[in-house]
Design a protein around this ligand. Sequence first.
Ligand code: HEM
Length: 403
Amino acid sequence: MSTTPPDDLLSPEAVRDPQGFFRVLREHDPVHWSLRHKVWIVTSHDLVLQVFKDPSVSTAQGIGAFRSRLMAQQGELLRHAMGLLDGWMLFNDPPTHTRLRDPVRRSFSPAIVSRLVARIERHAATLADSLGDDCDLVTEFSQPLTAMVICDLLGIDLEERDYLREWARDFGQLIYGASSRGSDYLTAVARAGDSFHARFRDHIAAKRAHPADDLLSLIIRASDSERWTENEIIGACSMLLFAGHDTTSALLASGMRALLMNPDELQRLREHPAHLEQAVEELLRFDGPSKTFIRVPRAPLVLGGHAIAAGQPLWLAILAANHDPAVFQEPDRLDITRSPNPHVAFGSGIHFCVGSALARAEARVAFATLLERFPRMQLAPIEHRWSPTIVDRSLLGLPVYLR
Ligand code: HEM
């Protein structure tokens, strides 16, 4: 008789080694009902992809019940924080999703991204210059870099970057399903919602008065024809900021850690910088920034032989799909020239990451800068701590010796 595997995604072991945790679940059953979380956890590549592409599942319902409950309890306190979510394409289904995504997708052109590359290179070089002999790559390099890129992308002053990092930290407590949030986390979330709303109302007014060649001006122009509300424009900015900052900064840190822990692959990359593009794909697959994303079936569904009732949440375990041995040979080995590499780090289907081109460009620049500047970089001998949440896989710090 098979025993039920551990299924607490917030246990210290699962936070430290989610790939190992998901491996046990996948081997037990790739569609597993978690008694702890009261959700189905989906861990095989084919089934994760199947649900991503299924038009009958909802993302709106994933957050809907949680949102209604909080609004009933704390509606006044959380008015602006919850209002931001109105502009989050990720938590909307068609047709609202299409209305919110199209202007952003059209504006987020390859031209916008390629125009940003020179600036990303400058920011990465400036930050690398400022680093001492040892540093924390998360707080001193990855986070400031990705915050600066988001400021450039939206066309807002770089001075905003520290505010935006703090905002992402506070607002993240609402999104990530953390195990460690304090009892007064809603006060921090409410404060983050209020301040973001006020600041971006001003940014948007300034852009309306003086449009420029940046994503915020383009979104404002495009959204006029799609009749977005002001709230939706502010919310869209918060979505771009949140989705773009935390994830990319997590990839830079976990990717650098993976390379440093695999010195042969690191050496191969140093000797063959032309492998960088493939290496970024492998780092996204190997220990990418997202653990799970939620979907809720609107109608009953059969998945991997299980009857899933309408309304029962599914957690699509991206990190598990990316280590499925049915698709990836030796999935737990880092191979910077892995090919093919059909990872799902950016999701799939209608919610496929709108910022993937920017994320890839940032990662290429950041890794190239770090490898070139610091040929002797080493991990400090300290146990790595990871964000204790359901959704994201990010290091809380990455102390390194640079010289
Ligand atoms: C390494 C970095 C990144 C990773 C791993 C990542 C991953 C993802 C994933 C997995 C999804 C799909 C979620 C789902 O289906 O439930 C997604 C959606 C999204 N991402 Fe990213 N992302 C990254 C960077 C960015 C950047 C730089 C931006 C923008 C500046 C961005 C903006 C978005 C948006 C707006 C969505 C929602 C798309 C929709 O709902 O249609 N992401 N991302």
